[in-house]
Each structure stands twice: as structure tokens, then as C-alpha cells.
Design a binder for this molecule. Structure first.
Ligand SMILES: [Zn+2]
Ligand SMILES: [Zn+2]
Length: 360
């Protein structure tokens, strides 16, 4: 349903780029490409915004004006316009920098995106199919049904989320990568556009993760169904895109959307990401996943916040001054890398790595 003509063209050109394969591999290459094209995080969609605003209004009504946070990360009572679109947040320098970082990333994206998706996705998928054929023999050519389609949706979400978790965890723990990801965390206020606030060199890293995870899940199911589970794509796009689109936007919105505790143990509530953006030490290294809470629970990084928990956003008073303007955020990683190279693992370079402490 989200697939446009250009995506279909890309799918065909992908097949040409990867060269002469068996019919099955050709089918599954374009199948994986379609999944990638349909699920790659896209910019704010009006349906996602409408859903976000509707839920925010419901929270405002139910909580009698409470439930949103100000620039300082503290909950406060507000009238509806201020609750939905607080002036102090949307005129904040951080929100303006979000826009320019997003523009920069989008301008540079075409230089790497097509090549990366055309190579990493199909190569992963072919490797998985080839390995499965080598281990288990020819495809069992199963017939798809609703139960399989549901399982496929679940596997693709879990795969994506695990790779996202691993990528995100690494970005926090490896100083050279934290230098890049810090730009996402230097946001002092959260707006739905903060979701896309990343340094431009982070784009290929996240995209490689997406391509690997979709290629992996796609390869398994293409092998099992001889490519014949393509029909599940439509179902899957709706299921995944809604979950991903909605979660991604709302978790960077200043309104707190908590799930009941039992649900938070399975799915990341948007409020859980407010914690991820907090610079308080008790909130470091928590809630790394994008969709589910399963991996955070499994690896001991889950943090379910209290109602109205104080979450001051940003990288903290010590270094925030160095990461305020567009220019500071753009050159920041290069400056950090330069320091790391010239000073080695000096204490000063390490001090800037907020989450770099062992056992933190
Ligand atoms: Zn992070
Ligand atoms: Zn975030």
C-alpha cells in the first residue's frame, strides 16, 4: 500500500544490479527490496501526526491538562494549545537545529542510500537463502496462510528490533560512534522531528542495520516459501509501518504516553524514550530498542519510568554548550575523532563520553 512506482522501478533495477540469479533469487531480491522500501523510516506522515495529536488530546482530557513536559523536562499543567504545541519547545534553538540536521541528512542521503540498499539487502538475503539450502536442501515451498503471515510479521519486527538494539547499544558504548550518536542526544527538547535528528554520517549506519535485518528475515521466509510469501508484504507493510511510524514520532513528542506496566514489558512506550534522552545518570544506557521491550528486558537495560518522572533532555550541563548550534553539531564528531586520534584514549576524550563508564 505504500509502494510507489519509483519503488517498483528500484526493485527492478536492484534485480539487474545483482546480476543473473535463479528465478527464485530474483523474486526474493525484489521482494526484499520492496520490504526495505516500504519499511525504511520515512518522514512525518499526516496519518501518523493525526494519530499522535488525537492521542495527545485524549491524554489532556483524561489527565485534566496534565501529562506534557516543558523545556526543562518537568511535567506541568497546560491549556490545550500549549499542551499540544508549546511555544517554548517549538521555538527552541534545539528544535530549529533538528530541522537543519534533517535537511542536511536528506540532501546527502541519495549519495549512499540506493547503493547501500541495492547491495546489503539482497546480499544478506542471498547469503541466508544459500546457507539454508546448503544446510537443509531445496526449499520446502510451503504454502502461505494467515498464521504464517502473522509469524512473518512478528519475525521481521523482532529481527529489526534486535539489530536496532545492537546498533544503538554499540553507538552508546564505542566512543568513536558515540561521537556521532551524541548529535541525536544533544537535542534539548523533543519534537517529532527529533526522530530524524542525526549526524549525516549516522544515516548509512542505521540503514545498513535495517538492510541486514530485513534481508535476514526476508531470506528465511523466501527460502521456506520459495519466494511465495510475497503476498504477505501488503499485510506486513501496514502492520510494521504503523507500529514503527507511530512509535518513532510519539516517542520524540513532549507529551508523555505511558503504557500499562505489563504492556511496557513487551512494547516500548513513547514515555520510555523520554528516559533514553535524559542526562540524569540513573537514566543512562536504558531503553535502546525501537519497538519492543523484549531485547531491553533480555539484556537488562529496560527502564520503565514513573508517572511524570523528571527527564531533563540533552547531553547534560557539562558539554551541552558545545552542542547547541547547527555548526557545532555538524563538526562535533569530526572534532571528537580528531581528539581521539591525537590524544589516544586520554582521560579528557573519555570524559566526553557520557555513557562510556564501565558498568554504567
Ligand atoms: Zn541513543
Ligand atoms: Zn531518540
Amino acid at each position: 500500500m505504500y509502494l510507489s512506482d519509483s519503488n517498483t522501478d528500484s526493485a527492478q533495477s536492484t534485480t539487474e544490479i545483482v546480476g543473473p540469479f535463479t528465478e527464485m533469487v530474483q523474486q526474493t531480491s525484489s521482494f526484499v527490496w520492496e520490504i526495505l522500501a516500504a519499511n525504511t523510516p520515512r518522514d512525518l506522515h499526516w496519518r501518523v501526526i493525526l494519530l499522535t495529536v488525537t492521542i495527545a488530546i485524549l491524554i489532556w482530557l483524561i489527565r485534566g491538562g496534565h501529562g506534557s513536559k516543558g523545556v526543562d523536562g518537568r511535567e506541568r499543567k497546560a491549556g490545550l494549545p500549549e499542551f499540544l504545541l508549546p511555544r517554548a519547545i517549538y521555538t527552541h534553538v534545539s528544535a530549529r537545529v533538528d530541522v537543519w540536521l534533517w535537511v542536511t541528512e536528506r540532501v546527502l542521503r541519495p549519495f549512499w542510500a540506493v547503493g547501500l540498499f541495492a547491495i546489503v539487502g539482497p546480499a544478506t538475503e542471498q547469503t541466508v537463502i544459500g546457507s539454508l539450502q546448503w544446510i537443509f536442501g531445496a526449499t520446502p515451498a510451503l504454502q502461505s496462510n494467515l498464521a504464517w503471515m502473522l509469524l512473518y510479521s512478528l519475525v521481521i519486527v523482532l529481527c529489526y528490533d534486535l539489530v536496532f538494539y545492537a546498533t544503538h547499544y554499540t553507538m552508546h558504548k564505542v566512543p568513536a560512534l558515540w561521537a556521532i550518536h551524541k548529535i541525536h542526544h544533544s537535542a534539548e527538547v523533543l519534537t517529532p522531528l527529533t526522530r530524524y535528528r542525526e549526524h549525516f554520517v549516522a544515516g548509512p549506519i542505521w540503514a545498513t542495520g535495517s538492510a541486514l535485518s530485513f534481508g535476514f528475515a526476508g531470506g528465511i521466509f523466501a527460502y521456506l516459501f520459495d519466494g511465495g510469501i510475497t503476498a504477505a508484504t501488503l499485510f506486513n507493510v501496514g502492520f510494521f509501518a504503523l507500529l514503527f511510524g507511530f512509535n518513532g514520532s510519539f516517542r520524540h513528542y513532549h507529551v508523555q504516553f505511558h503504557y500499562p506496566p505489563w504492556l511496557s514489558k513487551w512494547l516500548q512506550s513513547p514515555a520510555m524514550h523520554h528516559v533514553h534522552h535524559s542526562y540524569l545518570q540513573q537514566h543512562w544506557d536504558a531503553n535502546f530498542a525501537a519497538i519492543t521491550s523484549i531485547w531491553d528486558r533480555m539484556f537488562g537495560t529496560i527502564y520503565i519510568p514513573e508517572k511524570d518522572e523528571y527527564t531533563p533532555w540533552g547531553i547534560g550541563p557539562d558539554t551541552q554548550d558545545q552542542y547547541r548550534s547547527y555548526w557545532q553539531n555538524t563538526v562535533g564528531p569530526f572534532r571528537d575523532w580528531y581528539r581521539m586520534i591525537t590524544r589516544g584514549a586520554s582521560p579528557q576524550a573519555g570524559a566526553e563520553v557520557k555513557q562510556g563508564e564501565p558498568g554504567s
